[in-house]
Write a protein that binds this ligand. Structure first.
Ligand SMILES: [Zn+2]
Ligand SMILES: [Zn+2]
Length: 373
């Protein structure tokens, strides 16, 4: 079978692999039919970061956690890339109940067991059983995150399949939720629980780093009744998408900080040190700021005294899609939330090596399902 591999900046290739097999009775083999490109995947594809990050790890400018996820030479090819997929079930082990060949399922980016203490708390991306001593157990980040490969592949093996695989509700277009495995769930966790706690709260989204995540967050905030949603970015196209999702767009300029301050809920999706400092300062007293980006540097200059004085909560951490997927998928389906408006390019799965390197806000690959029932 083919597996898309990151080779070096701007270069991706299909590599032939032996088809994955069921290793335990809890496994499933699935065939991705719709694959989204995570915002983070564009980092090594579009920027030559590997050597600089290796040097940064050695000198202490970059946090050692980066090495524990990406290895001592971060983003060194070749490694299997991709971790957002809707797949059709091909084969299940004898202990997997409730799934059969042909079912359409979401495969979360991180691997989780569903039974350990972390999973029961909803912290599925920190599942202690799946991680088995690793920082993260996941698809598409290279061998430091486990033996799972990437999701841009003809077939993938899914452990703990009965728990891991979340069936797509009937009638929900896979293209609408192409990013459910990661980026859409990530947008969800930044605004939906917060707006439930504080109905009608005001929301600011600093976008452009997590290019699709910021847009999903803005759209979800509008749809969940925020009194105002301001979206900030440098890209005209993304500003238009944010407007189409009902947010108020603001062009980011060099001197720009934010349209104001005093937002109850702030989403930091610029993935920059300046962004996270601005996001914290734009948060209202008693408000909550969620940062979804990677902040590689050991010194980010987060204004702790300002946070103390204003009782601001800053949430930084990986997303836990498996914990929110059933609710998210049902909500998107019953509310016809147009998440596909964020998708800027849909390409044929077979064209992955060239398509996956494109400069696009959100790339989605697709191919027809093989099994009908
Ligand atoms: Zn991701
Ligand atoms: Zn677990």
């Amino acid at each position: 079978m083919r597996e898309l591999n990151f080779i070096s900046t701007g270069k991706l290739e299909w590599i032939e692999r032996i088809d994955p097999k069921l290793l335990t009775g809890d496994d499933a083999i699935v065939r991705p039919i719709v694959v989204g490109r995570c915002d983070a995947d564009t980092l090594p594809i579009h920027r030559r970061v590997s050597r600089a990050m290796q040097a940064g790890l050695k000198t202490g400018l970059i946090d050692p956690a980066v090495g524990s996820i990406c290895g001592p030479v971060p983003f060194q090819g070749p490694f299997a890339i991709g971790h957002e997929a809707i797949a059709e079930v091909v084969e299940t082990g004898p202990y997997v109940k409730g799934l059969r060949a042909g079912d359409k399922v979401v495969v979360p980016w991180s691997v989780s067991c569903g039974r350990c203490g972390m999973c029961r708390r909803g912290l599925t991306s920190k599942c202690s059983i799946a991680r088995n001593g690793r920082t993260i157990a996941a698809y598409g980040f290279g061998p430091a995150c486990g033996p799972y490969g990437g999701m841009v592949a003809d077939l993938i093996r899914v452990p703990f399949a009965e728990h891991m695989l979340v069936p797509l509700p009937g009638g929900l277009d896979p293209l609408r939720v192409a990013a459910a495995s990661d980026n859409l769930s990530d947008g969800w966790r930044t605004v939906v629980p917060q707006l439930r706690d504080r109905p009608g709260a005001s929301v600011l989204v600093l976008g452009g780093g997590g290019k699709s995540i910021g847009l999903y967050a803005a759209g979800l905030a509008v749809a969940h009744g925020a009194s105002k949603v301001d979206y900030v970015d440098t890209s005209h196209r993304r500003l238009e998408v944010a407007e189409a999702l009902g947010a108020d767009s603001h062009q980011q300029s060099r001197k720009f900080v934010s349209p104001g301050s005093g937002y109850d809920i702030v989403v930091e999706a610029s993935s920059t040190g300046t962004g996270i400092r601005n996001a914290v300062r734009a948060t209202a007293p008693g408000g909550i700021c969620t940062a979804i980006g990677y902040y590689f540097r050991t010194n980010t200059g987060i204004p702790l005294m300002h946070m103390y004085a204003n009782d601001i909560t800053l949430h930084v951490g990986v997303s836990h899609p498996r914990a929110v997927l059933p609710e998210l998928l049902d909500w998107v389906n019953s509310n016809n939330f147009p998440a596909e408006k964020v998708t800027s390019h849909v390409a044929d799965f077979d064209d992955a090596p060239t398509a996956y390197a494109e400069h696009a806000t959100k790339l989605v690959l697709q191919r027809p399902a093989l099994i009908q029932h």
